[in-house]
Design a protein around this ligand. Structure first.
Ligand code: PEP
Ligand code: MN
Length: 355
């Protein structure tokens, strides 16, 4: 987070609030008006006001009594919501009906193919990972691809197929939103909205995903060129979205998925220290993605074990019924036998799924 020790007041105004009321509140906080450089607007009725030489909690208390203000809270700019809150409820994120808990005492595995390819493929993958003990199903319907000529997912049809797989297996589904315009439709189908590595810096997407009225939790992957500080700031955008919408708790899972280093024998380099660091620094659950880190399926089990040893709250693993025929990331996908063996070795079967 930014290293200054200023207070910031998060201000949520009533819907359709009169601009004169907004101005009165901002003046009370020492600002010239909505365009003051100390005012950062994230949504039409949500502003973060940086205070200089003023005590945040008192300013927030005063603002709360003023007409037009629905909520006000003071945070330190250096700590934000992500570091400022104590551990507790935010640490555990419930998926779907809440039976799958990420950040509890038991690490969980979210698994499935890189992309949703057809109803048959995703249903087969879902059955396969459920049988082996996965707690949730992953699969992309909107795919970020490096080449503009590669398969980029089935869009809404892919989401429908994921919903079908959930119906057949009971597994909650995790799928990516690529663009602020996708958030609504992804939230309609998904149990968790994934934001990928390439989008970690896309602040409107981060805010909108957190701010969605559904309150669906967000799984945020670390940008492969991002520092821990940048990752925490990205997470803060999601938490601000959730705060603005009035969603309680953390509702956010962080995912270390490998960073780019000089090592070119693997796709990326899993930053193991980041897992422990993020877990102790933030109040949020942290999972690891050994598949995108390695890029090579036979390296996945070792990295998975290492991530759990580094205290990850769970894993995001790519698994495909037929990796050689996968439309994307087949080289890093585990097949049915490999995935079963990994789950057996890790002893991470989710209660409620067959071992
Ligand atoms: C994915 O999980 O399918 C994905 C695209 O991962 P990342 O954003 O980490 O590259
Ligand atoms: Mn992938």
């Amino acid at each position: 987070m930014e290293r200054n020790n200023e207070w910031v007041v998060l201000l949520r105004f009533d819907p359709g609030v009169d601009s004169s009321r907004v101005r009165a509140v901002l003046r009370k906080l020492g600002k010239s008006g909505p365009g003051d450089r100390g005012c950062r607007w994230h949504a039409p009725e949500f502003v973060c006001v940086s205070l200089r030489n003023a005590e945040g909690p008192r300013a927030a208390r005063e603002a709360r009594t003023m007409p037009g203000v629905s909520r006000a809270e003071a945070v330190l700019a250096s700590r934000g919501l992500i570091l400022g809150r104590s551990r507790g409820a935010a640490r555990v994120v419930g998926l779907g009906d809440g039976k799958v808990r990420v950040g509890g005492n038991v690490p969980v595995v979210i698994a499935g193919p890189c992309s949703v390819e057809s109803a048959a493929q995703i249903c087969e993958a879902a059955a396969m990972v459920r049988e082996a003990g996965a707690a949730a199903l992953r699969g992309g319907a909107f795919k970020p691809r490096t080449s503009p000529y590669s398969f980029a997912g089935l869009g809404e049809r892919g989401l429908e197929f994921l919903a079908l797989a959930r119906e057949k297996t009971g597994l909650p589904i995790v799928t990516e939103a690529l663009d602020p315009r996708d958030v609504d439709i992804v939230a309609r189908y998904a149990d968790v909205i994934q934001i990928g590595s390439r989008n970690m810096h896309n602040s409107p997407l981060l805010f909108d995903a957190g701010n969605h009225p559904s309150g669906k939790p967000v799984l945020l992957k670390r940008g492969f060129g991002a520092t821990i500080d940048e990752f925490l700031n990205a997470a803060e955008h999601v938490l601000l979205g959730r705060w603005c919408a009035g969603h309680s708790g953390g509702g956010l899972i962080l995912c270390e998925r490998g960073i780019r280093t000089f090592a070119d024998s693997t796709r990326f380099t899993l930053d193991l220290a980041a897992i422990s660091l993020l877990r102790s620094a933030s109040s949020l659950p942290v999972i690891a993605d050994p598949s995108h880190s390695a890029g090579i399926s036979r390296l996945v089990p070792g990295l998975a074990r290492a991530a759990i040893a580094a205290q990850a709250d769970g894993l995001l693993v790519e698994a495909h019924p037929s990796p050689s025929r996968a439309y994307s990331d087949g080289k890093q996908a585990l097949d049915s036998r490999e995935f079963r063996r990994l789950m057996r070795d890790l002893n991470m079967h989710h209660k409620g799924t067959k071992a």
